[in-house]
Write a protein of this length. Sequence first.
Length: 119
Amino acid sequence: MAKRKSDPELLLPLTPAMFHILLALADRERHGYHIMQEVDERTDGKVRLGPGTLYGSIKRMLADGMIEETDERPDPDIDDERRRYYRLTDFGYRVARAEAERLVGLVKTARSKKLLSKA
C-alpha cells in the first residue's frame, strides 16, 4: 500500500464516480448527500450518483487515502449530527490532477482523430 499512496498513477484510470467525487471535494469539504447534489448540478443531471455507488466509492477512496473524514462539524442547530463530512487529502488532490491530465491527453487524441473540433 505504501507504493500506491506515493504514486497517483497506480490508481488510474479512476471510475467516473470516483472522479466526480474528487471534483466535488476539490473546493471544499462536503457530506455525502451534498456530493450527490453537486455532481447532479454540475452535470445538469447527466450524472447521478446513487447511494450505493457514492458510499461504495467513498469507502474505497478512504481506504486508498484519497479522501478523509473530517472532525470539524457545522453548527449543530443547522446540521444533522449523523452526517459525515469528507475532504480531499494531498494524495487525493494529486490523484485528481493526474486523472484530469490523463483525460486531457484523451481529448487531444480525439481532436487529432477529428472526433472533436479544435475549440
